[in-house]
Design a protein around this ligand. Sequence first.
Ligand SMILES: Cc1cc2nc3c(=O)[nH]c(=O)nc-3n(C[C@H](O)[C@H](O)[C@H](O)COP(=O)(O)O)c2cc1C
Length: 315
Amino acid sequence: MRFFLAPLADFTDAPFRRMCFEGGADLTYTEMVSAAALAHGNSPTRHLMETMAGEGPVACQIFGATESDVAIAAQEVEKVKDRFVELNLNAGCPMTRITRSGAGAKLIEDPEKVFRLLKAIRENTSLPVTLKTRLGPHPGDVKIFDLLNAAEKAGAKGVAVHARFTSQMHGGPLDLELLSEVVARSPLPVTGNGSVRTSKDLDAMAATGVKSVMIGRGALSDPGIFAVLKGRENPWSRFDAVRSHLKYILEFREYLLKKFPGDHIRSADAFASVKMHTHLFRYFNALPGAAKLRAKLNTIRTLREIETTIAEFFK
Ligand SMILES: Cc1cc2nc3c(=O)[nH]c(=O)nc-3n(C[C@H](O)[C@H](O)[C@H](O)COP(=O)(O)O)c2cc1C
């Protein structure tokens, strides 16, 4: 079984992907990158496509709704193709801000459009192209078989399937029975995705026949989950994880600063505080005193204070 870190908007930036790579992930995904923003030359969007030293194989994920946008985005990714091993199209995100424009999960309703978008991407990159999608809009409307055909016809190399319907957002039961059928009938390799956190979850996913599994939320508080599910020791204590992650966050900031001298990059204090809110808090989940620590971390604004507060917590 191969283990992938799922794309997670606001989370799977370079420092976190590096944590997951060191934590046993075989492949990681960028956050979804807006094809429209790339097509309009939006610079902060480009930061999402940066990788850092120490990372393993990375796939770039884009979302978009028009052939022209995804074609230009694919050309942009092609310019930095040495960073990536794969270019993935998001056809699964159910958030209104994405579906409103016809992108993400909205595409599930229109496999023919998925074909056209994948084809446009394929024609503009030399990277292997893949699709990430769901079973269908809702349990009464299974679209995955049409989507697989569209992907194959467009020359895609694989499909990651979140074993839920759009109507379920990110909760509710997985349909692993249907996923088994998908794996059996798919002309392309299928990666299984959805709520894998424990070896029991993994066994259930593996029973569908998938040879690779994608993990999202389970990695957020525990980037060593990949190693653990591979039967190895977790490379980090929570303390080491927090320390390494903070170090990588600051390293990445330095890198961005040098690479994009004309862009606004937050101060080290602000950068660390923002990332602290999205990521580092989660390492304390369920530990005694976590609520108090979170309250304290909410009030501090400097890197120095963050470091001393964390050190005191783990003393
Ligand atoms: C906070 C959050 C952000 C997400 N961002 C993306 C994204 O950028 N692209 C994407 O294809 N899916 C995205 N997803 C969906 C995940 O990749 C994954 O399919 C879903 O969370 C189910 O896997 P899990 O149960 O292991 O988390 C996101 C999910 C969450 C919870």
